[in-house]
Design a protein around this ligand. Structure first.
Ligand code: ADP
Ligand code: ASP
Ligand code: MG
Length: 814
């Protein structure tokens, strides 16, 4: 004998019910017990309709119509016309009774738990009846059996307690008698000794099936649902979740207790002692393997078997100096809650005995607080215990696994993983069985927490990075192109799954939680909403994705000002924008501290020398205990390009224009030519070397005339450059006379920094520096005579984008 249970979504439409028939047909067993749920969604509909009726809202009639329509349509779809009428008339007469009950609730304006059970029982009764008729019609020789005649319970309506001896006796007697091979029964419903309908709790059809399987010593209990087994996490929330092939009863129980709805928690209990296996399978994909639940799960494999969560949790804390050393406080607390029928999902007690903290369903909170405060009224009046502290809108997440007790460091890994993603942990509990570690977090963080924990414990090899990109000019566009090209490589070789979730330029912004198609981003961005800094930030916060990174490809001061806001949300920042790191020292330091505090890297390699690994090298030198003595560098690709190409035969403004067009200068070329850009760079290098320097501490021997520096826009800037052509020519001539080249050099020595044009003689490291190249000489304690030299292309969109790319990968490996 086998017991097969089909859940709501497995009987939601005529098409899936046909699949159910196929599954039953292919089942090999001498007897097949088919337990069914109400048609998908009907239990909720019944409860909502009953609520409207008891609220005296005439809209309950619409609910009733919907319920009627669902059932009649399925009958018409499943049965041949000739055999429809008797089934239709039986169902209609049942619906008439339901209507009368709802009318009663409407006129009285109230609904008792007993009436509620009666009303809700129509869901399972009707579906089981219709399905048994369909089986019979299809030649399966099935009979319908009303489960209320087999399962006996107490009077706790809504979640009745089963009388096992009596239920087992009745079930055995009936199944020994019955001749038919296939018996269809409604799940979820039972009855009291005096014949009132009771229900076994939401999701209780699983329980019906397991009670019957245990009573009848079935070979196997099969739970057919809409997913291919019990997954490592709820597959509707964690896309990377995978079905667990084999799991122990205890693990399955623990996962379902902590919210894995695929199995109703009490289901395991009846079959556990008998060692009867439970198999969870997918009605929509019967070939998929599913999950087998037995006494022991295989010991090899993962320590953490699954992750689950319970939403809508309230934490109640009872605390006060009067609790110390007084025995029996917890006992009294739990007695009060048990008498009020409130189930406690999680308990933590501080070792100081100063406080006890419990996690319960949000819905029970008001009642629980009332009951606790009344039970401890005396102690509260004396000030020995404080009134109950209530925190709501929380959730519990739990890691579950039989082998967890044998492994150290799991909770550390769990909490640091959550911490890195700014998931605040309100309370922690470890089950006595050491089979789970659970934490209470904010409800809004559930999706991020589940995904990030899943990544840490099940996808050890891959890490997903979620990028939010600001600026799609030269650099931004190149970066998006590189990301598109390298996506596959990164996944395969570096195990990094990079998703661009948001893009904004100054006009529009566009988001796609599952990742923006990188071959279509320009069109998608244009179709997006009007760009808005605050909405951009709020959307990122709402998406609340793990490993989020803000990528700033702009040169905007406004954007640089928002980094702290992002870092405080544990969103890393990668930027080629030099403004933040070259602003006031306090500002720079604050960003570094925030990055440390919120474990969100702040990366700005491209601030100096575009893609060249200058800052990274400096960081490594410092970290390994080296000390910078001096730095000499040509740090402006644009100025190097300009002075490399400017000679007695060319004209200065034309060369500057070409440099601008090639993307070698900042959008405002004055920033380069005035020396400001190089000042910022040497300032950043000085700071990274450990010096507390400000921009105006740096000496700038500017070569531009004041008039050029005063211009307000690029056009007037170029006009002034034309005007001063002779002066520029003079600079070249002076250098040429000494057989020198002009280079704009940044220096740092003895704690002082300066920038300015210098005459570079032949043979000097800088002399042959061509094009837009940069060069940095680091003189350090370890490199005192022969400096450590970094040299290469130091400007241009392509190399800057690749520098940003490298920072993103560094974060990925963080
Ligand atoms: P049925 O109607 O068949 O009883 P349920 O909705 O009660 O189905 O349970 C199946 C659902 O449980 C899945 O669709 C999924 O959303 C949810 N679920 C939650 N956690 C898990 C998990 N760890 N594995 C599989 N499903 C899960
Ligand atoms: N129909 C009931 C519910 O929705 C029981 C079940 O589906 O298991 O809760
Ligand atoms: Mg269910």
């Amino acid at each position: 004998m086998k017991v097969l249970k089909f859940g709501g979504s497995s009987v939601a439409s005529a098409d899936v019910i046909r699949k159910v028939k196929e599954i039953v047909l292919e089942t090999e067993a001498n007897k097949i017990v088919v337990v069914v749920s109400a048609l998908g969604g009907v239990t909720d509909l019944l409860l909502d309709t009953a609520k409207s009726a008891s609220d005296q809202d005439p809209a309950y009639k619409d609910g009733l119509k919907k319920i009627e329509k669902r059932h009649l349509e399925i009958i018409k779809n499943l049965l041949p016309v000739a055999s429809q009428s008797s089934v239709l008339s039986k169902v209609k007469s049942e619906l008439n009774i339901l209507e009368t009950l709802l009318e009663g609730a409407f006129y009285i304006g109230e609904i008792t738990p007993r009436l509620s059970d009666k009303i809700v029982s129509f869901g399972e009764l009707l579906s089981a009846y219709i399905i048994s008729e369909f089986f019979r019609e299809s030649g399966l020789g099935a009979v319908f059996k009303d489960a209320r005649e087999l399962l006996l319970t107490d009077h706790t309506h809504g979640k009745a307690v089963v009388n096992f001896p009596e239920s087992n006796k009745r079930s055995k007697a009936y199944f020994t008698e019955v001749q038919s091979k296939i018996i269809v029964l409604p799940g979820f419903i039972a009855s009291t000794a005096d014949g009132n309908v009771t229900t076994l709790g939401r999701g209780g059809s699983d329980y019906t099936a397991s009670i019957l399987a245990a009573a009848l010593d079935a070979e196997e209990l099969q739970i057919w649902t809409d997913v291919s087994g019990m997954y490592t996490a709820n597959p509707k929330i964690v896309k990377q979740a995978k079905p667990i092939v084999h799991i122990s009863y205890e693990e399955a129980m623990e996962l379902s207790h902590f919210g894995a709805k695929v199995l109703y928690p009490p289901t395991v209990q009846p079959v556990l002692d008998k060692g009867l296996p439970i198999v969870i399978k997918n009605t929509l994909d019967p070939q998929a393997g599913g999950t087998v639940i037995t006494k022991k799960s295989p010991e090899e494999g993962r320590t953490v078997r699954g992750i689950s969560y319970i939403p809508n949790i309230s934490l109640l804390s009872l605390e006060g100096a009067g609790m110390i050393g007084i025995p029996g406080i917890s006992k009294r607390l739990f007695e009060v809650l048990s008498q009020a029928n409130i189930s406690v999902v999680l308990i933590t007690q501080a070792s100081s005995e100063h406080s006890i903290c419990i996690g319960i369903d949000d819905e029970d909170a008001a009642k629980a607080i009332r009951e606790i405060e009344s039970a401890f009224a005396y102690e509260i009046s004396l000030g020995k215990i404080k009134p109950v502290i209530h925190e709501k809108d929380l959730a519990i997440i739990a890691l579950v696994g039989d082998q967890m007790k044998n492994h150290q460091g799991l909770s550390g890994k769990m909490f640091s993983t959550l911490g890195k993603n700014n998931v605040n942990i309100r309370a922690i509990a470890q089950g006595a069985s050491e089979r789970n570690i659970s934490a209470v977090i904010r409800k809004e963080d559930v999706k991020k927490a589940l995904n990030t924990l899943h990544e840490a414990f099940f996808e050890v090899n891959t890490k997903q990075l979620n990028l939010f990109i600001l600026g799609t000019g030269n650099v931004g566009a190149k970066l998006l192109e590189q990301l598109r090209q390298q996506r596959k490589y990164l996944k395969e070789h570096l195990r990094l799954n990079i998703r661009v979730v948001g893009i904004s330029n100054s006009r529009t912004m566009y988001f796609e939680e599952q990742g923006i198609a990188l071959d279509k981003w320009p069109e998608l961005l244009v179709s997006g909403n009007k760009a808005d800094e605050n909405i951009f930030f709020n959307t990122i916060q709402k998406i609340n994705a793990r490993n989020s990174i803000l990528v700033d490809n702009t040169a905007s001061e406004r954007v640089a000002a928002v980094y702290p806001k992002y870092l405080k949300q544990s969103i890393s920042v990668v930027t080629c924008n030099k403004i933040a790191c070259s602003s006031a020292f306090g500002q720079y330091l604050k960003l570094k501290e925030l990055a440390k505090e919120y474990k969100a890297p702040f990366m700005f390699e491209t601030n100096v020398g575009a893609g060249l690994p200058i800052i990274d090298t400096l960081k490594h030198l410092m970290a390994s205990g080296d000390e910078v003595i001096a730095i000499k560098a040509v740090l402006s690709g644009s100025l190097n390009f300009i002075f490399d190409n400017f000679n007695e035969k060319t004209r200065f403004y034309e060369i500057v224009k070409t440099a601008q067009e090639e993307g070698y200068t900042e959008p405002d070329p004055k920033i380069d030519l005035s020396g400001i850009d190089v000042m910022r760079k040497i300032l950043i290098l000085a700071r990274e070397s450990g010096l507390k320097l400000e921009l105006n501490d740096i000496e700038n021997r500017a070569f531009l005339p004041d008039e050029a520096l005063q211009t307000k826009d690029n056009d007037s800037f170029f006009t002034v450059l034309k005007k001063y052509e002779e002066d520029f020519q003079k600079l070249v001539k002076e250098a040429a006379a000494k057989q020198c080249k002009l280079k704009f050099v940044a220096s740092l020595q003895n704690g002082k920094a300066s920038v300015g044009l210098e005459h570079i003689p032949k043979g000097h490291d800088f002399y042959s520096l061509a094009g837009s190249d940069n060069i940095v000489l680091f003189y350090t304690k370890r490199y005192p005579e022969q400096p450590l030299i970094i040299k290469g292309a130091g400007a241009g969109a392509e190399v800057t984008a690749s520098g940003i790319f490298a920072d993103i990968i560094r974060i990925g490996n963080y």
